[in-house]
Design a protein around this ligand. Structure first.
Ligand code: ADP
Ligand code: MG
Length: 482
């Protein structure tokens, strides 16, 4: 496709050369930095991306990586405290029976014959050169592969004669582009491989083995998912089959031995890796819920289990911010302090804990907050005057399904976005995601693997409020450490 310049284009000084942009488009398509076209799913187009890597404070990047293993442990600890999870989410579940409520009902402790696998992503903005956590994703954290490919693209452009002049003008030297930004696919595949092998050791009679990726029907972000599938096969020789929850309902059966088997070829399922199942739309009928429950009852490695998924609930993150709660799960004082330093204030809208006062505060100062429903996947939050209208519309019980979060004002930087071959020189804010991987083989023992697993950077127009890459608001980016 021929690149074109949009009407918004400002000075020629910041505008990239045509040759550089053509190189970026060619590199993106040749290296799988692609998504399914919105209009025609059989067509492949380059992923929305930035031409340059966005500036990010090096100290913030390193700190986010440093605290990741502790966050992995935090999620594991919360998920293992079922009683706490049930009481913390009781009111949310009552206000959101059909989703949070159903997940909470199937939550149970890890059994002796199970292996635990957590693949999470911790998201941050930077504000005044400090890290500010946006949220912890414990289910279906995406863009490990396309994010790494974007970092690879930027590393290529930083060196290539066609784009290097642009990069030199922007002072994007290759030395500022961290290799960690390209590591997520291999790091996630390595963790899935470890969990698969641990399952095989615990269940020697479960043969042949396959892993399953639970996907949404008609997924556009299929190449991010498939790149992980290919990496897992290349590095670990583990097959990962794409299946929807409806297909699992039709094709999987739970044996008395706890093993989940696929009927058509009798393959036993080692790992169930969810890239769906995080939103009510993923469960259009009871069939999908049945499939989820069957998986939950099986001895397959669940990534995540219902408990781990709920440990990442917005409500849990709000409660963690209250005095002493994070510290209950993180015994090391220095680490707890480092994690807490990334938190912005969050407030309950619950009847029993100051919800009415907090709602009034948000109605009056609606620009200072974000109103978050108990949902995942982007595009659900409310901002500004919409907060006021929503809070005035909801009754006390309905408000239990929301939390209130202080609004972060992220650092704004210049960049050039490229969508469908079209450039825009714009001001953006960047959201850093740090992947974390944890594998535990014995329920009460330390994990056998616990590490940061690469990073992702997504940028959106500084004027945009919510919305991710999939929603068409954000674009893929990579960090340039400054
Ligand atoms: P989701 O599960 O929908 O991804 P998030 O908490 O990540 O929920 O919110 C979605 C988007 O809303 C984020 O990517 C970010 O752009 C914006 N956002 C979320 N929380 C805040 C906040 N406290 N301040 C400013 N923007 C926020
Ligand atoms: Mg998010």
């Amino acid at each position: 496709m021929a690149p074109s310049h949009s009407a918004l284009d400002p000075s020629a000084e910041t505008r990239p050369n045509q040759e550089g942009i053509s190189e970026a488009l060619s590199y993106a398509v040749c290296n799988g930095l692609v998504v399914g076209d919105a209009a025609d799913p059989n067509k492949v187009v380059h992923a929305p991306m930035t031409y340059f890597p966005s500036a990010l404070p090096r100290a913030c990047y390193n700190e986010a990586l440093r605290i990741t293993p502790a966050l992995n442990q935090l999620i594991r600890k919360i998920a293992s405290d079922i009683e706490w999870l049930k009481s913390t989410l009781a009111d949310t579940a009552a206000a959101d029976e059909q989703f949070t409520g159903r997940l909470l009902k199937m939550t149970r402790p890890v059994a002796d014959d199970e292996v635990e696998l957590q693949l999470c992503r911790y998201d941050y903005f930077t504000q005044d050169r400090a890290l500010r956590m946006v949220e912890m994703n414990t289910v279906a954290a995406s863009f490990a592969c396309l994010g790494a490919k974007t970092a690879q693209l930027h590393a290529h452009l930083a060196m290539h004669p066609l784009s290097r002049p642009d990069y030199e003008r922007k002072r994007c030297e290759p030395g500022k582009l961290p290799p960690v930004a390209r590591e997520a696919p291999a790091a996630l595949a390595c963790a899935i491989g470890k969990a698969h092998k641990a399952y095989a050791q615990k269940h020697p009679f479960a043969i042949p083995l396959t892993a399953v990726m639970v996907v949404q029907p008609g997924e556009r972000n299929i190449y991010d998912q498939d790149a992980l599938r290919h990496t897992l096969w290349r590095d670990e020789k583990v097959e990962l089959r794409r299946m929807t929850l409806a297909e699992i309902a039709a094709d999987a059966a739970l044996g008395n031995d706890g093993i989940l088997r696929l009927k058509f070829d009798r393959a036993c399922v080692s790992v169930v890796y969810y890239r769906a199942g995080y939103a009510p739309n993923d469960y259009p009928t009871d069939l999908e819920w049945c499939a989820r429950e069957t998986i939950e009852k099986s001895n397959a490695v669940k990534c995540p289990s219902a408990a781990v998924q709920l440990a990442g609930a917005k409500k849990v993150q709000q409660v963690l911010d209250a005095d002493g709660v994070l510290e209950r799960f993180v015994s090391d004082e220095a680490i707890a302090k480092a994690i807490r330093a990334t938190f912005v204030r969050q407030y309950s809208l619950g009847v029993h804990d100051g919800g009415a006062d907090n709602a009034n505060m948000a109605v009056e100062q609606h620009d200072a907050f974000v109103l978050k429903p108990q949902r995942e996947g982007g595009g659900n939050n409310l901002y500004g005057v919409a907060i006021k209208h929503e809070l005035q519309r909801l009754d006390a019980k309905q408000r239990e399904a929301y939390v209130l979060m202080e609004r972060i004002r992220p650092t704004i930087v210049d960049n050039v976005t490229v969508r469908a071959g079209k450039l825009e020189c714009v001001k953006v804010v960047s959201e850093l995601g740090v992947f974390g991987a944890l594998v535990a083989v014995e329920r009460d023992a330390q994990p056998v693997h616990n590490a940061a697993a690469g990073t992702l950077l997504r940028s959106k127009l500084a004027s945009a409020e919510d919305g991710g890459v999939a929603a068409g608001v954000a674009v893929l980016d990579s960090p340039r450490l400054v």
